[in-house]
Write a protein that binds this ligand. Sequence first.
Ligand code: ZN
Ligand code: ZN
Length: 318
Amino acid sequence: MKALLCANGTLALQECEKPERRGNEVLIRVSRAGICSTDLEIVRGYVPGFSGVLGHEFFGHVEEADDASLIGKRVTAEINCACGKCDYCNKGMQRHCPRRTVIGIVNRNGAFAEYIAVPRENTIVIPDELPECSAILIEPLAAAMEVLEQITIGKEQSVLLVGDGRLAQLIGRVLLSEGISLTVAGKHQSKLDLLKRQGARTFLPDRFSPSPFDIVIEASGKPEGFVRALACVKPRGTIVLKSTYAGGFQFNPSSVVVNEISLVGSRCGKFSEAIGFLQKYKPDFSYMISARYPFSQALEAFEKAKGKGVLKVVLEME
Ligand SMILES: [Zn+2]
Ligand SMILES: [Zn+2]
């Protein structure tokens, strides 16, 4: 099969062995896979020494499984593959299992390939009524929804979202759908306009005067976004961090201490929540898909995904 291999920060489309199922794994023929900022960060070195197949936002059809009822079903997979035995797993915190592998990110090959094998317990059947542009966004939408799993946002609270990219768009969509009044500070007028149309107040950095907010969600992917979040949060306020940065950066934590700020790290969410959201609100996410490429042009697709103003770039395997 063909797979997009990443080694030492270099991508190459290569012929390699089709994965074999181990244990209770399910073999999926990948149909579509989305390129995420995390993929771009991994190529830049966010996971030191990563070598293998990237890709964790995808769907495909089951080709082999012990459970015959799964064969042919359109599925995706929760990305954290847990051991199922440790204290964290026993407490339902599989996403924090210290022995976990993560599809396309940590010690497990991802979905930028014609086939992928994933554990049965990670496999999620996608309801037939969900269109392709929603199905491809289940993983990042779950990550966006994790914010509301972690903190309660009252209708009277002021919320600032820093960033207007792929993940920020989904976070904005989720918060606005829940009736939360939202301000967004971003860098791209066209991307801000997408959120404005849904009811957000939006600002470019040069027009923005940071009146303090109760809650600031940092999803810009850039260290400057964190600096901005710190400058915009009220004393005793909360900053939710959604960005992972390839490099470290210096910051003085004094203002966190003096202003008694709560910092909440936020990562993946539950796919069932994301599917529930898609079924309840039926959003038309076609505006989130900036470009589609046949898998043979995966390298061009990666270049495209790096471009300004670009949201989701989708690889088409079949
Ligand atoms: Zn992602
Ligand atoms: Zn575990």
